[in-house]
Every structure is written in C-alpha cells, then in structure tokens.
Design a protein around this ligand. Structure first.
Ligand SMILES: [Zn+2]
Length: 130
C-alpha cells in the first residue's frame, strides 16, 4: 500500500505512469522523462493511504457539491426536456426520478473529469512555459 503520491523528478507533475515492481519502468505523461520507479519523487500523504483514496475523496466532494445544487440542476433538466415533470399547484413533480438521478450522477462525473483534464493541461502549460 502506498502512503505517497509519485511525481516526475524532472517537471514535478503527478501525471506519471509506473510499474508497481521495484526497478519497473516509469515515464512522465507531461514532459519527456523516462526512468525507473525509484527515481520518481514520492510526496507522502498523511490523510490518505494512497492516491486512489485521494481520487475517491475528491469524487465524494464533487458529488456533495453537485447534490447541493441538485434542485437547480433538475429544474434546468426539466426546462430543457431531459427529465419529465408536471406542475401541480406551482409545485414541480418529477415523473422520472431515475433519469434525474442518472443525470445528476453524470454531471458529477463530468465535473470530476473536467477538473482532472484541466489540471493536466495546466501542468503541460506550466512545464512548456506557455
Ligand atoms: Zn515530467
């Protein structure tokens, strides 16, 4: 079990691929660095056992944020016809709750994916100095 997140020794990004084996091949996805796993810089984590748990924790936080905004998001989905609903005495009644929930989960996954992808773009720009 890891108690560290591994980063590139040349540019410092955590966007590295490495074998779990000692002496296993490692390479950076951002710059041109290649080497072995032991050359990666390990940043210890005190709160989480491994980077997978960090990802799980971030995902959970994103889901919580989306849930906080879910009333507004469902209204938007209804307004644009993605989720069926009826209006009873000014009260919005969601007819397809399963679809609404699927969209809310998809929105949370999309936000998480966007954050990770943007972070990687920012890293690339930082390293290439543009
Ligand atoms: Zn690198």
């Amino acid at each position: 079990m890891n108690d560290a997140i591994y980063t590139c020794p040349m540019c410092g990004t955590p966007a590295v691929d490495h074998s779990a084996l000692v002496g296993g091949a490692a390479q950076c996805r951002i710059c041109t660095w290649t080497g072995v796993r032991e050359e990666l810089v390990a940043i210890p984590f005190t709160n989480y056992a491994d980077s997978e748990q960090v990802v799980i924790a971030i995902r959970k936080d994103v889901r919580l944020a989306v849930r906080t905004a879910s009333d507004q998001l469902v209204k938007l989905l209804v307004r644009w016809g993605f989720v069926s609903a009826s209006n009873r005495n000014g009260q919005l009644i969601i007819e397809d709750k399963t679809a609404a929930l699927r969209y809310i989960n998809a929105i949370a996954n999309g936000i998480f994916k966007s954050i990770v992808e943007e972070r990687e773009k920012i890293e690339v720009e930082r390293v290439r100095g543009s």
